[in-house]
Each structure stands twice: as C-alpha cells, then as structure tokens.
Design a protein around this ligand. Structure first.
Ligand code: ZN
Length: 276
C-alpha cells in the first residue's frame, strides 16, 4: 500500500506547486510580517514541501542552480536575506518560491530552457516574488487580524507559524496563500528583468521563454498545461518584458548562455534520457 499513497500525493504536490506561481490577490496588500517571521514561515513550509516532493539528488546540478540563483539574488533589491535553491526531480516545467527565500527549480525547467538567459529569467521571476514579499502579503491578507494580534503581543506564536507554513505546504488545503495575483506576477517580471540585467545576463531571456511556452502549449499542451494555465505567458507579459529590457542602457557584456549551462543540460539528459 505504500506506493499507493506516495504517488498520488506527489501528483497532488506537483499540481499544487504549479498553482503556486500564478495569482489573484492585489500586490498592494499590506505586509504585516517582519522579515524574521517571513523567513521562519518559509523555513517551516520548505521542510513540509521537501517531505512531499522529490529533491533531485545531484550535487553538480544543485551547485549550478545555487550559483545562478545566488548571482541573481545578490543583484536583486533584497540581497540581505539568505536564499536557498533546490532542484525538484520532475519533468514538469516549473519553479516556485516560498516566503523568505526558499526557492525550487524543477529539473524539467532546466532541460526545457534553450539558454541560460531563459532559465535565469524564470528563476529571477521567482526571486522577484520574494523581493516583492508576495507570500508575506498573502499571509497578511488571509491572517490579517491574527498576525496583527501576534505582532502586538510581540511574541512568536509557534502554532500560528506552523499553521501558516502548513498552508503553504498543504497540498490538499487552500491555495489562497499561493495565488499572488496578476499585479504581483507583473512586478516579479519587472524584478527579474532588473536582476538578470544587473547580473550580466540577457534580460529578454524570460520573454523568449514565455514565447516558447506559448508555442509548446499549442503543439503539445500536455506537459505545459498546468504551468500555462496557472502562470499564463500572455502577450502582454512578453511585450512588457521586452519593453523594459529595451529601455535599459545597452551592455556589451550581457550573456545569453554559458558553457556551464550547456554542460549541466547534457549532464541531466545523460543521467536520465528523455522519454521516447
Ligand atoms: Zn510568478
């Protein structure tokens, strides 16, 4: 019976994480959490997430994703918290961020990206959700009064933190905390353009990846369905990313790919050949 419970749970977890990307709450939602509370909630949610999702066990790939992620985070508007990047062992094309700097990149995203700039754009977007405190704002929206009382008492109510963390990680529960909203998505896109450009990576990579998602969605909707429906790569998003990128002063040193990225893709594909 063991396998019975594991597989559906994983499937639900994947469905959940794909829904983690999109959203519908207003970005202007106030953030009532301190950075410390946000990080603590993220840490507990990460613990729960990692019991329900398989982490890709490959130090070479993990080190690469971490170094790319750290490079972008260093160039973000919120470089003062610790970021962790982990690779999820699934073909599904996705990435997601928990509050406080806990980020997850799917193996399928790394192999689907055509260039490092495309991958960096998506990772930068997820960092953007952390930079914009989008998770913390969602918590504030849902738990407003409870969080305020908790802050007024000056305490760190472990049961409240546990409850919120469980919601982020709760695959069967409400997804309200993970729906960031269209404004938040737009803001995360904007942060991604800034981060990639500042890190010396072509900021239009994200737009190229959105275009690819749209094309793939038409030719083989299966694998992209969830990502597409929950994190819609709309023409408007593509245009505004391209617009923002075009307005930046030209930089000769912007890279679109790297030898290391190509080697990592090869490494993953050799380890697990794609399904015929
Ligand atoms: Zn997003």
């Amino acid at each position: 019976m063991k396998g019975f419970s594991t597989l559906p749970a994983r499937r639900v977890a994947l469905a959940w994480l794909l829904i983690a990307l999109p959203g519908c709450a207003a970005v202007s939602q106030m953030n009532l959490l301190s950075a410390q509370q946000e990080v603590e909630i993220g840490r507990q949610a990460a613990k729960e997430v990692e019991t329900s999702m398989p982490i890709y066990d490959d130090p070479v790939v993990a080190a690469y994703v971490d170094s790319l992620g750290q490079l972008l985070a260093r160039h973000s508007r919120r470089p003062d918290i610790k970021y962790t990047f982990k690779v999820v062992d699934t073909d599904d094309v996705n990435a997601f961020a928990l509050p406080g700097g806990f980020l997850y990149v799917n193996r399928g995203l790394i192999t689907t990206a055509k260039t490092e700039a495309e991958l960096a754009g998506v990772v930068g977007h997820e960092i953007g959700h952390v930079v914009g405190h989008h998770g913390a704002r969602q918590i504030s929206k849902q738990y407003g009064l409870a969080v305020l009382i908790e802050l007024a008492l000056g305490g760190q109510d472990p049961s409240l933190t546990r409850d919120i963390a469980a919601q982020f990680a709760n695959i069967g529960g409400t997804l309200a905390l993970l729906k960031y909203g269209r404004d938040a998505e737009r803001e995360a896109d904007m942060f991604a353009v800034e981060e990639t450009y500042a890190a010396g990576i072509d900021p239009s990579g994200m737009a190229a990846f959105f275009e690819k998602l749209m094309a793939l969605h038409e030719s083989e909707p299966g694998g992209m369905e969830l990502l597409f429906s929950t994190h819609p790569p709309t023409n408007e998003r593509i245009a505004s990313v391209r617009d923002q990128a075009a307005k930046l002063p030209p930089k000769l040193s912007l890279s679109s790919s790297s030898d290391r990225f190509i080697a990592i893709q090869k490494h993953i594909l050799e380890r697990r050949p794609p399904k015929p």
